[in-house]
Design a protein around this ligand. Sequence first.
Ligand code: NAD
Length: 336
Amino acid sequence: RKIGYAIVGLGSYATRQIMPNFAGCEHAHIAALVSGTPAKLENFGDQYGVPKTHRYSYADFDRIRDNPDIDAVYIILPNSLHAEYAIRAAKAGKHVMCEKPMATSVADCQAMIAACRQAGKKLMIGYRSRFEPYNRLAIDLARSGHVGPTRLITAEHGFPIKPDQWRLDKPLSGGGSMMDIGIYSLNAARYLTGEEPVEVSAVESTDRSDPRFRTVEDRISFLLRFPSGIVADCISSYSSGHNSYRINGTQGWIGMEPATPYAGQSMTIRKDGVTAPRTLPPAGKTQFAGQLDHFAECILTGKTPIVPGEEGLADLRVIEAIYQSAAQGRSVRIGA
Ligand code: NAD
């Protein structure tokens, strides 16, 4: 049996990346759509063969409870709405896949985890890079000491943001580049080490006279120290393009540039004085289909997702510490 997803929010990421990738899924299909725009429900409903009875507005969202064709929801809304819809979905008896950042505060992440646990439903965060072959290889190589034990990671993510969108409105986004794109640097530092940072030091630079940055930050640079001593030096930016990381070991480095785009990852390894590209055979499934199928398999077999709600919470804990460090001009201990 295929798991039926209700797609919640028919914006750019949902309609251009996620929905087309169901075609490559073995265990998942689009069962329902949720949107505030009737024309989108009609157009995408017809395009994906979703019956009229399975198209919902936000006002009718809780009626998904009565639809047995919906096993899970996939929340692809502006960040500050994730918690509300995740909790309503859990109360309606549905499993929850939620986009990154999981929510805009640690408290909201905890409430989402509690709601899903209470309902006996699974919760997963849309960290698609964990289903992308080069990132998976980078994790294996870094953690197995392919270039010697990891000493330092550098990670950079950013893009020049266009004006007039919810990402620049703090009540909807929860923050600026860090919440949106810098989270990829943070998440990579965590998955490449397999450790949780214990200390963070951050510096922010935002031109508040730029109309894009009235309520959210532009650039934020943060340094993470991990329990084993690994240091991660990370960049988040809304004013320049970056997409890379490098794992520096005692015998060389593993570089990924680009590291986390929708497609086209590229890896280079320098080991024992020799620098060479590392290429993998073409993947059978895209990272998007891999992510959708993984959650479906977890629902079908009772397994816990590799990126459960606790992963989203762990990132939010560090993000709150990054903002605190930047605001206070001092390093902040995490988890103490
Ligand atoms: P978007 O603006 O294209 O889509 C957001 C949708 O939410 C729109 O259809 C909008 O109509 C709807 N919406 C519902 N209530 C709203 C409200 N009160 N205010 C504003 N919009 C409202 O944004 P997007 O790029 O699709 O991002 C949606 C989510 O997906 C975000 O959490 C984002 O971080 C995440 N995302 C993840 C990736 C990834 O690679 N994993 C990529 C892009 C976006």
